[in-house]
Write a protein that binds this ligand. Structure first.
Ligand SMILES: CC(C)(COP(=O)(O)OP(=O)(O)OC[C@H]1O[C@@H](n2cnc3c(N)ncnc32)[C@H](O)[C@@H]1OP(=O)(O)O)[C@@H](O)C(=O)NCCC(=O)NCCS
Length: 174
């Protein structure tokens, strides 16, 4: 529905379940998330998650990211929305076989356009593990700047990791 050169953002369908289940059962993927425990996810867990991505939402929604071959390559969306302050926290995940091909960068660009031009938000923020170079680069390329750092915020993989806070303001303030 929201389309770029490499990917489009569309709704999740029940046929996406197998791909989603595989994505979230990859340690490298779940370990790169700032929040939560890196637990395996069952088909039932994933089915429930998919059922929550509905148009009957107040904006907390994840798009499916599809490449030009029609493959589901990941997901992204505003995970928490503060309507009063016109602010949202974003999340993105590109599945293992599809990383490093520019999909994440373009998906974030499409997502920012949606948040600013359709949701009328003013500020978007993301928190990211300090070692996650690909994610930081992907956000920087989309105009996110570093606003702060939480030292040793997350214990993951047997060590404490810093979390970088990044944000982007609407380009044309309204
Ligand atoms: C982070 C993520 C969304 C980036 O998406 P992607 O499609 O893999 O990244 P892109 O191909 O758009 O590349 C973005 C930039 O990162 C760089 N990059 C990609 N993979 C990299 C890696 N493994 N190490 C270092 N840099 C990397 C690219 O070179 C590019 O920068 P450049 O244009 O200056 O060369 C994706 O890797 C991902 O989902 N990872 C697992 C989940 C995750 O980390 N989510 C974010 C949590 S905050």
């Amino acid at each position: 529905m929201y389309e770029g050169k490499l990917v489009r953002l569309r709704a999740f369908e029940s046929g996406d379940l197998d791909a989603c289940h595989a994505f979230v059962n990859d340690y490298e993927t779940v370990a790169s998330m700032v929040k939560g425990l890196p637990l395996p996810s069952s088909y039932d867990d994933e089915r429930q998650w998919l059922q929550h991505q509905t148009t009957y939402t107040r904006g907390e929604y994840q798009f499916a990211i599809e490449n030009g071959d029609g493959d589901l390559v990941g997901r992204c969306g505003p995970v928490s929305v503060d309507w009063k302050n016109r602010l949202a926290e974003l999340a993105i995940m590109i599945g293992t076989p599809y990383r490093g091909r520019g999909f994440g960068t373009e998906a974030i660009s499409l997502l920012c356009a949606f948040c600013f031009d359709e949701m009328n938000l003013r500020r978007l923020k993301i928190s990211v593990l300090a070692d996650n170079t690909a994610a930081i680069r992907c956000y920087e390329k989309n105009g996110f700047v570093r606003e702060g750092l939480w030292r040793e915020e997350v214990y993951r993989g047997g060590r404490w990791q810093d979390v970088i806070l990044m944000a982007k303001f609407r380009p044309n303030p309204a």
